[in-house]
Write a protein that binds this ligand. Structure first.
Ligand code: PEP
Ligand code: MN
Length: 337
């Protein structure tokens, strides 16, 4: 940690700041420059709250040098984490596509979509059975019936399953049907849920919170990692900004930022990030070009009748065109789909 002192700091204040830092357990090195005095506080304390130093009299700025997350960081693990589920690898050379409806609605809906998903080269079927809806009056999902339908549809087409778990009590049930747990944006900071998911042995896709910084998102991954589950992928699904022409703002730059800071695979979700189907394909192309390891998109055979997120669902033909376009983009950057 680097502590820059105020220009007019008194000797007494400097002594007191140094004493505080030593009491917190840091080794302190003082450097007197022409412009200002800087204290170097040495000691690895990932959980140290730098505001404890920021509020001291005579302190101008405090900068953290080490990241507060450890197990999720590139410093801790240099090589990329590759998550293997059956014959699918996420985080390797191949970009994996996850596609399906927002919600599982009926047997015929999910079976038809599973066929389209598999034919186009995607490997994972998505679909929600427990839905985090903004309104309590909106469709909340089919629950276990939906999970059963999706598992059968996926097995028929040799696809893996990803589905959202919203609360601790659902973990055991969902674990029976899914290959990957999805933690939704609204639950990114539900620490009790993260702790319990961390004790399971199935991979987890952790979505970025609606207004979460990348650091907060990584700290949530740290919760899961610290409980023992090492198979986490980080999904960028758009963040809340002042913009109103999109549902959320797709933070494309999060893809290279996370790759630099972390060894965990990145998933891009242009469907929730934009909220409108005409924006999904351009952003899917961009995410592949930006280096995402996986892509999640929502599709529907009749989006106008969809029980959730119809406006952002790609029509089957749009989805098929997108798949062929992103294959070309992937090849241009030495990857495949
Ligand atoms: C979803 O994937 O259907 C979903 C609800 O996503 P998010 O948590 O990103 O809003
Ligand atoms: Mn959705």
């Amino acid at each position: 940690m680097v502590v820059v002192l105020e220009k007019n700091v008194s000797e007494q204040q400097i002594e007191s700041i140094i004493k505080h830092l030593e009491d917190f357990g840091f080794d302190v090195h003082k450097s007197t420059g022409i412009e200002s005095i800087v204290l170097g506080a040495i000691g690895v304390k990932p959980d140290f709250d730098i505001r404890n130093v920021q509020i001291l009299e005579g302190v101008r700025e405090v900068h953290r040098i080490t990241e507060p997350y450890k197990l999720a960081s590139r410093t801790f693990r240099k090589e990329n984490t590759v998550i293997q589920i059956k014959d699918v690898k996420i985080g390797g050379q191949e970009i994996v596509v996850m596609a399906g409806p927002c919600s599982i609605e009926s047997e015929s809906q999910i079976f038809q979509l599973a066929e389209i998903v598999a034919k186009s080269g995607a490997k994972i079927l998505r679909g929600g059975a427990f839905k985090p809806r903004t309104s309590p009056y909106s469709f909340q999902g089919l629950g276990e019936e939906g999970l059963k339908m999706m598992r059968r549809a996926a097995d028929e087409h040799n696809l893996l399953v990803i589905t959202e778990v919203m609360q601790i009590e659902q973990i055991d049930l969902i674990e029976k049907y899914t290959d990957i747990f999805q933690i939704g944006a609204r639950n990114m900071q539900n620490y009790p849920l993260l702790n319990e998911i961390g004790k399971t042995s199935k991979p987890v896709m952790l979505k970025r919170g609606l207004a979460a910084t990348i650091e907060e998102w990584m700290m949530s991954a740290e919760y899961i990692l610290s409980k023992g589950n090492k198979e986490i992928m980080l999904c960028e699904r758009g963040i809340r900004t002042f913009e109103t022409y999109t549902r959320n703002t797709f933070d494309l730059s999060a893809i290279p930022v996370v790759h630099k800071r972390s060894h965990l695979p990145v998933v891009a979700d242009p469907s929730h990030a934009t909220g409108y189907r005409d924006q999904v394909v351009p952003m899917a192309r961009a995410a592949v070009a930006a280096g995402t390891d996986a892509l999640m998109v929502e599709i529907h055979q009749d989006p106008e009748k969809a029980l959730s997120d119809g406006p952002q669902a790609l029509l089957p033909e749009q989805y098929i065109t997108m798949m062929s376009e992103i294959k070309t983009i992937a090849a241009a950057i030495g990857r495949s789909i």
